[in-house]
Design a protein around this ligand. Structure first.
Ligand code: M6R
Length: 612
């Protein structure tokens, strides 16, 4: 949550900071700000604005900076402590105005620190936890900026990724990490730091992730990492294979739409080199598991949040169906506090697009503490969850900027299906069964293309239902996670109340809510359980709910029970949820568009949820 950017180079920092902030805006967007330092000026200049980066652009245009410095930090905020306001926007200045701080995370003991600082005469201008950091750095000012920051951080409990500039120590930025990502990249003359990779790619594709407890000094074209104990630290570089344009809209109106349309290619990248047709299995080297390891798992636990959780639910079905391994799914937020039982031969699979979600990371740590083999499925290379799990699979979906997850979900399900295939082939699936599954997976990109071709038909249906206030999504088997995911997409970007339900569960309570104003989206392709879903559709129709069916091409019988039909291609049960989810993504997208909502940055949300 929140985005941090920092630039130290030889040209004015402002354009670099603003363009970086635009790439980070998806992480939080209720206010933004920058602070600029110059080796020749005694002060730090700050500009802030409530709302999106465009408002910050305007604030700078209407009040031009007093000077142009080559060193600066910036922030785009997702509020935790204090409402979105100019006062609460970062950067925060120390009382003497000589230190500016941007911060992601939460300072847990900020009440106590604030009280102590007040007693020492410090005055607070914001309601944030971050402001204590700025004052603490001033209070503990030492001979160098890194020592001043280190001394302040020793007093702090909680999580942080921070960047600090000071007019007392020009020519440098100090950054530090405990629990909130900090990534650094440098070319010959410039060093750029951010809370994720996207703003760094235009400068270099080689990035360095700080570990918890690292603190670094950045100068033009150079950086040095040290520990909190002041020993030298070396962190390896990670090469990122995104092209700089991948984080741009590329002619689409929204990132979400672009990412929906990128899905066939994202799946191709995800499958590349991993599907072994002849052997009817998958090669997933990142797992670092030999057949003996795979055979020794007596159960699996999948843990994740949000959309990644729904992908995990799909995965739990696939592992039991293909590999015969008892598999349960746990919300990551519950996993840590519930003290879950993990047998000595349990495998824990943590799924996270960002690889930074706080609850999922905590679940990874808890599972490791209990001795389980932890495997990760992440999109962001080098992210904390991927690194801490130590073994896992990357999605290779490319950057996902839209807050509503789309291509990551498809690739997560694809990876889980490949894992289930690999585990199944090691345990009980025959070669011919494996080959059949490989074929089904390989067809997926084209199947998704055929759903995308129906965008105009889906847009028309969206227009018809854009005015409703409530909706249900129903499905059975693999269509149950698809129903949950469809409802989540609709509610997060259109602000309509939508609920995903197992088709059979509806009659155990929620059916009371159905009437002619409440449409039901039925995930009803021709897969096992189809006839039962038709029965559930009838139950909805009997309560006068209009039904939008997502049904297989050529299934003409369904027309008798539904108002509107979105067609998906015939495919095997294991992959049938993916075309259905793509149809749901387009439906949600167009409904939100007809309602005029800000699709890429829905209210109250942030892309990466790094607080509990
Ligand atoms: O980065 P993660 O996959 O760990 O994120 C988990 C959820 O926060 C995320 O999937 C969220 O539910 C999305 N906004 C859904 O579209």
């Amino acid at each position: 949550m929140c985005g941090i950017i920092g630039f130290v180079g030889t040209t004015p920092a402002v354009p670099h900071l603003l363009s970086g902030l635009r790439k980070l805006e998806y992480r939080g967007y209720d206010s933004a700000g920058i602070a600029i330092a110059s080796p020749t000026e005694p002060d730090i200049v700050i500009r802030k604005a409530v709302g999106k980066i465009a408002n910050l652009d305007q604030a700078i245009a209407s009040h031009p900076l007093e000077f142009e410095g080559p060193i600066g930090i910036g922030h785009t905020r997702w509020a935790t402590h204090g409402i979105p306001s100019v006062q609460n926007a970062h950067p925060h200045l120390s009382q003497d105005g000589r230190f500016a701080v941007v911060h992601n995370g939460i300072i847990e003991n900020f009440h106590d620190l604030r009280k102590q600082l007040r007693e020492l005469g410090f005055e607070f201008r914001s309601e944030t936890d971050t402001e204590v950091l700025a004052h603490l750095i001033q209070l503990h000012r030492a001979d160098t900026l890194i020592d001043s920051v280190r001394a302040a951080l020793r007093l702090v409990r909680g999580t942080f990724g921070i960047a600090v500039v000071s007019s007392c120590f020009p020519n440098q930025i100090v950054v530090a990490r405990r629990g909130s990502p900090i990534v650094i990249g440098a070319n010959e003359t410039e060093t750029i730091v951010a809370s994720d990779v996207a703003p760094i790619i235009p400068y270099t594709n080689k990035v360095t992730f700080l570990d918890d407890g690292d603190i670094a000094v950045l100068t033009p074209g150079h950086f040095e990492i040290r520990s909190m104990e002041n020993t030298s630290v070396s962190r390896s570089e990670t090469a990122v294979d995104w092209d700089p344009g991948a984080a741009e809209k590329g002619g689409f109106e929204h990132f979400m739409l672009k990412e929906i349309f990128e899905q066939p290619e994202a799946l191709e990248n995800c499958f590349r080199g991993r599907l072994l047709e002849e052997d009817g299995t998958a090669k997933l080297s990142g797992l670092r598991l030999d057949p003996h390891d795979i055979a020794s798992f007596d159960n699996l636990v999948i843990t994740a949040c949000g959309t990644s959780y729904y992908a995990g639910l799909h995965g739990s079905y696939a592992f039991e169906q293909l590999a015969g391994i008892p598999t349960r799914i746990e919300q990551a937020a519950e996993f840590r506090y519930r003290n879950p039982i993990l047998s000595p031969n349990a495998g824990v699979i943590a799924i996270s697009q960002s690889g930074e979600t706080a609850d999922t990371l905590a679940a990874v740590r808890e599972a490791a503490r209990k001795g389980a083999t932890v495997l990760s499925i992440c999109n962001i290379v080098g992210s904390t969850i991927a690194r801490e799990a130590g073994r896992g699979i990357y999605l290779h979906a490319g950057p996902e900027i839209g807050v509503a997850s789309t291509k990551a979900f498809l690739c997560q399900v694809a990876v889980l299906n490949m894992m289930a295939l690999l585990f199944g082939r090691t345990r009980r699936l025959s070669n011919s069964e494996g080959v059949h599954i490989v074929h089904a997976l390989k067809k997926l990109p084209d199947l998704i293309r055929s759903v995308l071709e129906q965008k105009d038909c889906i847009r028309k249906i969206a227009e018809k239902y854009a005015g409703c206030s409530n909706a249900f999504y129903i499905g059975r088997g693999y269509m149950y996670p698809a129903a949950l995911e469809g409802a989540l997409k609709l509610k997060e970007i259109s602000y309509l109340h939508a609920e995903g339900y197992h088709a059979a569960e509806l009659k155990h309570g929620p059916i009371a809510l159905l009437d002619e104003k409440v449409p039901v989206v039925a995930c009803a392709p021709l897969v096992p359980g189809h006839d039962k879903t038709i029965g559930n559709i009838q139950e909805c129709r009997a309560r006068k709910s209009p039904v939008i069916a997502i049904a297989t091409e050529g299934d003409d019988s369904i027309a008798a029970f539904t108002e509107d039909i979105i067609r998906v291609p015939q495919c095997s049960e294991l992959v049938a949820a993916l075309p259905v989810v793509v149809a749901e993504q387009l439906l949600a997208y167009y409904i939100a568009r007809f309602r005029g909502e800000p699709i890429d940055q829905p209210r109250n949300l942030a892309k990466s949820v790094t607080v509990e």
